[in-house]
Design a protein around this ligand. Sequence first.
Ligand code: HEM
Length: 142
Amino acid sequence: MASALTNLLQSLRIGPLSSSNKTSSGDVLIIPKLDKAKSKTELVSVPEITLEEVSQHDSFDDCWIVIYDRVYDVTQFLREHPGGDDVIMDHAGRDATIAFHGTGHSRHAVDQMRHYLIGQLPAKQCIFRSGQNKVLSSGIPE
Ligand code: HEM
């Protein structure tokens, strides 16, 4: 069964999974990610990360935020964020979805987020997507 899964993932060009890709239940989340060089969407696997774990990364030198149920490590990016580092630091270690959405970010900004993606909330903590990663309302990035 494990080798069948590995074969499937390799055929999707996701590659072998390390233990850090697996949730405590052994599941792996596979979500679309934009390949800028090829300008197309491809599938990548990311681990589940809980809100509790995100909350441990709330400093200028170690800053994670949650947007639309996905977890982003913006430690490097916040120094170059066009809107300034302070607005991101206001949400360090927490959900920043409402602030991000309220700012009215461009399509370019939404595409840029994918570079900082490190994980996804477990299904029971998701409020914008179902457990199968299906968006629950319009306007949420793929
Ligand atoms: C990974 C997360 C984020 C990325 C990639 C990102 C990217 C960008 C980009 C590219 C811009 C330039 C304008 C645009 O293209 O829309 C921008 C502006 C801005 N962003 Fe973000 N942003 C992120 C998170 C946030 C968060 C959490 C906030 C919280 C309030 C925020 C607030 C702003 C503000 C206030 C501006 C300035 C808007 C203006 O001057 O018109 N951003 N961001």
